[in-house]
Design a protein. Structure first.
Length: 111
């Protein structure tokens, strides 16, 4: 979905992240869903000292990304497979953040 200015915003019930230029990027807060999973992923990335950028992004920015994923509380981190028919691989940043998120849930919920 896009915001009123045409920038990529989020999924219908999820927050968007993508990796490009060596940074994890996500649309800036404002008209976004107040995602608790989004906030957790941002914290996990910061704990790993991974560069994070928030801003306004075009669909072309996402199309040119190395990897992309969506977050929500139900399915946590889900890799994006295609955008407008362009395929994405499940990349190393997505795999790392999925593992870190799963480890955090294990510690908090099952310890």
């Amino acid at each position: 979905m896009r915001d009123d200015e045409g920038y990529v915003a989020e999924g219908s019930s999820s927050n968007l992240f993508f990796v490009a230029d060596g940074a994890l990027k996500t649309p800036a807060e404002g008209s976004l869903l107040p995602g608790t999973t989004r906030r957790t992923v941002l914290d996990l990335a910061a704990d790993e000292s991974f560069p994070v950028e928030t801003g306004q992004y075009t669909l072309d920015d996402v199309r040119g990304a190395d990897e992309a994923f969506l977050t929500n509380a139900t399915w946590e981190l889900r890799p994006v497979e295609t955008v407008d028919g362009m395929g994405f691989e499940k990349g190393p940043v997505t795999r790392l953040l999925q593992r870190l998120y799963d480890d955090l849930v294990e510690r908090r919920c099952y310890a």
